[in-house]
Design a binder for this molecule. Structure first.
Ligand SMILES: Cc1ncc(COP(=O)(O)O)c(C=O)c1O
Length: 360
């Protein structure tokens, strides 16, 4: 098999070594006579995998002891509801920053549970920019402030984070573990795994313990963060395969040199592609404010839109998949998550320059 360069936004590329390890252990896990997928989630073998993965999240993100790591299901989308269900008490409100498509979804769901103050709306700039982080303050009485650290569709990323009085809640689905974060500024972070952490099916939640005491009463057991915090995410059957694979991806991140190494690689890859965009005299256009351009999802259009098909066909012929932009915005999007090798970004950048020279 010739492995393609995978630019899909999610589910997305995984380290080849992890896929091979999973393949090797799929039928039989560590001489057990069965696979881990057929093993009780209460077994000592699974327990080790489960707690090992939790430990690696804490280690790689340098989480202080007062943060809990939870493995849930339902994707980041379920967190759009779980956050307000738990923390938006009747008669109170939360601040939401509307940075684009994913923030909008979080806002729409939160409004079903309580009052939302949209304290920033990127509409005026076409959702292609963000506010200066230091200018973000929580409104009096806000239960929390919600941001989307990286807009996967718009390609807009917070480079630094607000330090708000109310707990900061972040949807980090598309840039978790891609760079260091000032964890002490956050009350809760959530992320679907299927971009930087592993396959889909598990959602990572990191929550500061003191927030658990602020949960509201009338929420079903599964939907309460404290249920999972108290049982180390073993209240019910967890997404065993997702957590098992996530642990392997985290071990891979650690072996790369942890966050410092991964951050440096991500910068190199993003630079390669942004430089290709900028070097072609307007042949390509990235609409995002340069101060907030995402290192994870790079969006661009061709000045001559009639060349879109030819650009895409050529990329596929060269083994580059998943470059078509999101259906709501068109153009192109290159997702460069942790597991995308530098050669993948280089192959794209070289192709872009070559295509521009031929067709410019
Ligand atoms: C920033 C962001 N938030 C939320 C979601 C929804 O995640 P899920 O499909 O895990 O529910 C996505 C999916 O791509 C995303 O990119």
């Amino acid at each position: 098999m010739k492995r393609a360069h995978n630019f899909y936004a999610g589910p997305s590329t995984l380290p080849l070594s992890v896929l091979k390890e999973l393949q090797g252990e799929m039928v039989e896990y560590h001489n057990l006579g069965l696979s881990l997928l057929e093993t009780s989630h209460r077994s000592p073998e699974y327990d080790e995998v489960h707690h090992g993965a939790m430990h690696l999240v804490k280690e790689l993100l340098s989480l202080p002891d007062n943060y809990k790591v939870l493995f849930l299901q339902g994707g980041a989308t379920m967190q759009f509801s779980m956050v307000p269900m738990n923390f938006l008490a009747e008669g109170s409100h939360a601040d939401y920053l509307n940075s684009g498509a994913w923030a909008k979804k979080a806002i729409a769901d939160a409004r079903l549970y309580g009052s939302v103050e949209v304290t920033f709306d990127g509409k005026e700039k076409g959702y292609m920019s963000l506010p200066e982080p230091r200018s973000v303050v929580s409104t009096p009485g806000a239960q929390y402030v919600h941001i989307t650290s990286n807009e996967t569709i718009g390609g807009v990323q917070w480079k630094d984070f607000p330090a708000t009085e109310a707990p900061l809640v972040a949807d980090m689905s598309s840039d978790i573990l891609s760079r260091p974060i000032p964890i002490e500024r956050f009350g809760l972070i959530y992320a679907g795994a299927q971009k930087n952490l592993g396959p889909s099916g598990v959602t990572l939640v990191i929550v500061r313990e003191d927030l658990l005491t602020k949960e509201q009463g009338k929420v079903g057991a599964y939907l309460k963060y404290s249920t999972h915090a108290e049982s180390d995410s073993l209240y019910n059957t967890p997404p065993v395969f997702g957590i098992y694979a996530l642990g392997k991806v985290l071990s891979w991140v650690k072996a790369q040199g942890g966050l410092p190494a991964v951050t440096a690689n991500n910068r190199t890859k993003a630079d390669l592609v942004y430089r290709a965009i900028e070097s072609t005299d307007g042949f390509y256009h990235c609409p995002v404010d340069p101060s907030f351009r995402s290192d994870m999802n790079i969006v661009f259009t061709l000045r001559k839109g009639d060349l879109d098909k030819s650009f895409l066909d050529g990329s596929e012929e060269r083994g580059m998949l998943g470059l078509k932009g999101h259906r709501s915005v068109g153009g192109f999007r290159a997702s460069l998550y942790n597991a995308m090798p530098i050669e993948g970004a280089k192959a794209l950048a070289d192709y872009m320059v070559e295509f521009a020279q031929k067709n410019g």
